[in-house]
Design a protein around this ligand. Sequence first.
Ligand SMILES: *[C@@H]1O[C@H](CO)[C@@H](O)[C@H](O)[C@H]1NC(C)=O
Ligand SMILES: *[C@@H]1O[C@H](CO)[C@@H](O)[C@H](O)[C@H]1NC(C)=O
Ligand SMILES: *[C@@H]1O[C@H](CO)[C@@H](O)[C@H](O)[C@H]1NC(C)=O
Ligand SMILES: *[C@@H]1O[C@H](CO)[C@@H](O)[C@H](O)[C@H]1NC(C)=O
Ligand SMILES: *[C@@H]1O[C@H](CO)[C@@H](O)[C@H](O)[C@H]1NC(C)=O
Ligand SMILES: *[C@@H]1O[C@H](CO)[C@@H](O)[C@H](O)[C@H]1NC(C)=O
Ligand SMILES: *[C@@H]1O[C@H](CO)[C@@H](O)[C@H](O)[C@H]1NC(C)=O
Ligand SMILES: *[C@@H]1O[C@H](CO)[C@@H](O)[C@H](O)[C@H]1NC(C)=O
Length: 554
Amino acid sequence: SLCSLLCFCLGWYTVNSAYGDTIIMPCRLDVPQNLMFGKWKYEKPDGSPVFIAFRSSTKKSVQYDDVPEYKDRLSLSENYTLSISNARISDEKRFVCMLVTEDNVFEAPTIVKVFKQPSKPEIVSKALFLETEQLKKLGDCISEDSYPDGNITWYRNGKVLHPLEGAVVIIFKKEMDPVTQLYTMTSTLEYKTTKADIQMPFTCSVTYYGPSGQKTVHSEQAVFDIYYPTEQVTIQVLPPKTAIKEGDNITLKCLGNGNPPPEEFLFYLPGQPEGIRSSNTYTLTDVRRNATGDYKCSLIDKKSTIASAAITVHYLDLSLNPSGEVTRQIGDALPVSCTISASRNATVVWMKDNIRLRSSPSFSSLHYQDAGNYVCETALQEVEGLKKRESLTLIVEGKPQIKMTKKTDPSGLSKTIICHVEGFPKPAIQWTITGSGSVINQTEESPYINGRYYSKIIISPEENVTLTCTAENQLERTVNSLNVSANENREKVNDQAKLIVGIVVGLLLAALVAGVVYWLYMKKSKTASKHVNKDLGNMEENKKLEENNHKTEA
Ligand SMILES: *[C@@H]1O[C@H](CO)[C@@H](O)[C@H](O)[C@H]1NC(C)=O
Ligand SMILES: *[C@@H]1O[C@H](CO)[C@@H](O)[C@H](O)[C@H]1NC(C)=O
Ligand SMILES: *[C@@H]1O[C@H](CO)[C@@H](O)[C@H](O)[C@H]1NC(C)=O
Ligand SMILES: *[C@@H]1O[C@H](CO)[C@@H](O)[C@H](O)[C@H]1NC(C)=O
Ligand SMILES: *[C@@H]1O[C@H](CO)[C@@H](O)[C@H](O)[C@H]1NC(C)=O
Ligand SMILES: *[C@@H]1O[C@H](CO)[C@@H](O)[C@H](O)[C@H]1NC(C)=O
Ligand SMILES: *[C@@H]1O[C@H](CO)[C@@H](O)[C@H](O)[C@H]1NC(C)=O
Ligand SMILES: *[C@@H]1O[C@H](CO)[C@@H](O)[C@H](O)[C@H]1NC(C)=O
């Protein structure tokens, strides 16, 4: 440093001491043979001396002068080295060691320098936020208890900040504590921020002199919240714009790109020039197709900063005529229409009993098979969840209609009579037979499909009969009858029976002849004839039984 260089040139000796430490000053004189005593003094600014310590060479005694500043702080050793404890700033003086003989006084001066390292600088009174385009106090950088005083430097992102008219203002201030004589340095930074300062660290440092020259200590970093105005607003629509349909709740959300983001906006509904003041969301509930249009939002204080969104509220109407449960008579005409009206092209799909139809149904003359559950369905592909369907349950009613058929079995033994019935609701079929007038229970029914089914009986009449088929439903009772002649081939059957009887009789005769021959033979051998009679009796019974069997078959 400047002083040490100067002092060295002047041949002065300098002792550097840290504040609070003990200052040790050797006397720097060769002790003469005839030394009487040694003394230490310091010089006041005006040059007048103040004696502080005395040591007698002969008596080996030490004596300290009554100087309040050095009370209890001094120690003078045998070799005349003076120690001052608890170094203070006021100890920065020129001290002189004096060795006195009877005829001479030797003097050696020593300059004392005291240094105090300041505290680590700290950024205090920090701004909560900085605003673009505004010169604002960023904070104070403070470093305490320095000696000698130091300088404070500000940095932005590690680079030194130099004062700049209207943008960087640095106010430096130092204060000395009157008791300790230590300096506290404070530097206030006023700063006009820009968006480029977002996330930028600010620091400060203190530069001070130590015994070995300049030193620098840096503060911790400080990052500031930078406020900047909104330059752009955006509008968001929920649900996504492509899927808005009638009945939905639409939420408009406005966002500004400033910091902090604006909390309120003006919302403009289609065709309404006056904005509605609201927080950053605005909700429309249960929208209808007439809500289609341009929606906007702007800043409250700057209406030209605006954003808009075109919203289409999709809709899909379907009308089926007739619909619900419809009852018609067979043969009736029934025009059916399913019309749609939608915000986009939509196609209609027809289903009958869950099976897709190729074309839309329309009936010029109803059949029983036309009855069923018809569904007309449509959907908008672009809009999720927008589907409509209506249904028509068609009932085709008809009075019972009867058609009877007769078929003779190839053997000619039986006849199959079928009563075909058509009608809806399902008619009940009942058979009656003339003569006996009894109700025939032994019938076979087909399944009831498309309004028709049949009932079948197989008879083998022995006389001409009239079969009556009665079909009845809620609408009407219909009767039809059929004449069935007796079995024409009854004679043929009898002939067959006679033939069989003939054969049997023939066999019996043959057996009789054989029996007689046998009897004659046995008579000769004197055996009993009882057995033969019994066998003949059995044959008679068999014959009768066979005749009966033929009768029941016929
Ligand atoms: C003087 O004495 C002190 C202790 O009494 C010792 O530490 C120091 O080194 C001595 N100095 C010289 C120059 O002899
Ligand atoms: C402080 O700044 C002044 C003026 O720029 C300069 O003369 C002095 O040496 C500096 N002190 C330190 C400790 O750097
Ligand atoms: C719309 O919001 C109302 C309440 O504001 C709610 O009751 C209704 O369920 C919502 N509708 C839909 C489709 O989310
Ligand atoms: C839209 O139509 C509904 C009836 O469907 C009506 O209540 C409502 O006021 C209309 N809204 C507008 C903005 O015209
Ligand atoms: C709707 O249908 C019409 C006529 O069929 C056609 O010209 C038009 O492009 C269709 N629009 C869409 C969005 O499919
Ligand atoms: C017809 O048959 C059913 C069951 O086979 C029986 O319950 C019913 O009594 C019978 N009717 C007559 C008239 O024999
Ligand atoms: C059935 O025969 C009777 C006489 O036995 C006759 O009156 C009637 O018309 C005949 N019915 C049919 C359908 O041929
Ligand atoms: C039965 O009907 C046939 C014609 O179908 C007729 O020739 C015959 O005479 C009738 N027999 C009786 C007993 O009525």
